[in-house]
Design a protein around this ligand. Sequence first.
Ligand code: 3HC
Ligand code: NAI
Length: 697
Amino acid sequence: MNLPVSLDRRGPVGLITIDNPPVNALSHAVRLGICETLEAAARDDKIHAIVLICEGRTFIAGADIREFGKPLQDPWLPEVLAQLEAMDKPTVAAMHGTVLGGGLETAMCCHYRLAVPTTKLGLPEVNLGLLPGAGGTQRLPRLVGARHALDIMTSGKPIDAASACEWGLIDLVVEGDLPDAAVDYAGQLIENGAGVRRTGDRTVEPVADDFFESYRARIARRARGYQSPWRIIQCVEAAVSQPLAEGLSLERELFLQCRDSNQSAAMRHLFFAERAVARIPDVPKDTPARDIGQVAIIGAGTMGSGIALACLDAGLDVLLLDLDRKTLDKGCEGIRQGLAASVAKGRLDQASMDKSLKRLVPVDEYEALSGADLVIEAVFESMSVKEDVFTRLDSVCRPGAILATNTSTLDVDKIAAATSRPEDVIGLHFFSPANIMKLLEIVRGRETSIDVIASSTQFAKRLRKIGVLVGNCFGFVGNRMLYGYGRENQLLLLEGAAPEYIDQTLFDWGMAMGPNAVGDLAGLDVGYKIRRERTDLPDDPRFYRVADVLAGLGRFGQKTGRGMYLYKDGSRIPIPDPEVSELIRKEAESLAIGQRDIGEQEIIERCIYALVVEGAKILDGGIALRASDIDVVWANGYGFPRFRGGPMFYADTIGLKTVYDTVCRFRDSFGEQYWTPPPLLERLAKEGGTFAAMDED
Ligand code: 3HC
Ligand code: NAI
């Protein structure tokens, strides 16, 4: 077998090199290769110290995630690393790139560690529903203390080389050529007779009696619903109080529980799904993209200023246009405050903020946009206003400029038809707050050209967002599905479930917020206006009835201090309002809807299966390229719990036959209008198929 690990000798130093592109993951072959080369280096009398180093863009970035769903082949990583740590000759990890997960665990089993200044080091297993399973939970606290170790492992965020050095995770930051520096360093160890230095022989600094209890309280909010952060804490408790062998045995037991859980399967699914979005069958990776240096944004309201901030953060030049001078000033001030907040949080330095502000140019006439490479329209959600804007853009923008709309629901083809160049028009649907939310729906119009799509996916990457290509229809993927979810919420209200009960149930299930709290945050007037413009709504007096009545009363939500809930003195804390309960009761009465006790399971099934039903139609209609794209949209744009993998993956874990049977039961109870099972769901349920398997075909 040709192993991706080799051993060379440079004088008295053995150089073990891993070469397993793209990220040197610890596949079975790499694990075998490490064992073999360690044995060879141990046998070779001319070798007195060993350097472990990687080819390519990074040191080992972790275990091979693709192997987790399959039976693991021997040797397992913990055994390989035990062999590494037990070496009698000093070993040195020479690191660059992203040293993650099993990669950092490997480095911690070397006796010495050095890294180039740009190296990032972390244990991100928590993002995959896992805990470090090759000694990381035991060795990291031994090197950096329990507090830093817990921060690193429960956040999953990597640290830079300078902090790693300061905290004792690495010994040295080296400049210049890494192999040379590492071999020199190993040579000095030999000369000085430094010998081996095993992390496992160290003990963890003691912690205060209430340390773990208060740490649990500290992460309670952020770790809600997730299993692995709590297990990580359990392992670190063992590291503090027990010998290495016992800590490692607990870690192994808990790691296997995590690895075999639905949570980890869901999060691993999202890991690959978020990378799969870049694969677009008719837009090959080498499709030439247009250069984007200057972006013009039309509309300085909520979305326009957020998009401007996102573009400035990415180093782009921004023209911000609004016809209303006051809004323009307010938008620019909001952007300044947004940048200042980043400085206050230490995410940005003052000089970068000043540079960003210089790259922002407010304008109040369309002629100023003639040099823009990309224009993003974020004006009112009205077709006639948007058509007017695009007609103007067509007359002032240079040939080859990309003309994008941030519409959340409207027909991109109709907007494109207002120009003489529909091939240059695309939807770039951001989510609020646009500088924070990771999702960007890229809406392909009928005539959008391939290179405009390629440019848009690159633009998403530049903004560090996940760009998902979707088709053009009302609401695209995310908002179209949201309609079904919101519809069920609204019907449940009429049928007797209180807003706070529905919200709590879905929050406890894992959603970031309940639908009624979200409605109040976004503004009940927004959906109300959109529904008034639509001509294709169901002929059903119950449809969004409560929301429409509240909006009609001027109860728009947080911005007016009352909506589905009350908000006292400008606070964002929702307070259940007896007036709303009464209003809902009366509406139900006028529609002859009997109110009843509704269980949590019904709330979850009706709201979540409504997403699955619409998702199946979207998939069948080619609006999404893959089921996993739908999951990416919901996990990154709508607060769907990552530990459930997205609505389509969740349906797979429940079993499509069970979902289908429940949908049929709903059809029989609530009527065909909303609950006719889509043909795709019916077919997969009958064949025993899954949405995930469709993606593989
Ligand atoms: N296993 C298998 N494949 C991996 C991988 C891994 N650990 N890490 C990355 N890849 C693959 C990606 O799927 C992608 O494949 P594709 O090109 O076919 O889509 C390719 O490598 C490149 O990855 P990215 O597109 O993400 O490249 P970036 O340069 O943007 O990022 C990275 C590189 C920072 C290494 C990022 O890929 C990453 O964060 N990887 C995951 C790291 C991780 O979670 N490690 C822990 C694994 S669990 C573990 O180690 C358990 C242990 O404790 C026992
Ligand atoms: P907003 O009302 O806050 O801002 C719209 C801005 O457009 C106003 O400042 C207005 O002065 C300006 N404007 C109107 N007509 C103009 C014209 N002809 N030329 C230049 N400027 C003009 O609205 P918001 O919320 O920012 O929404 C904008 C767009 O983004 C809408 O299409 C909306 O559907 C979409 N969107 C909104 C989201 C949200 O959460 N608010 C999320 C995603 C998309």
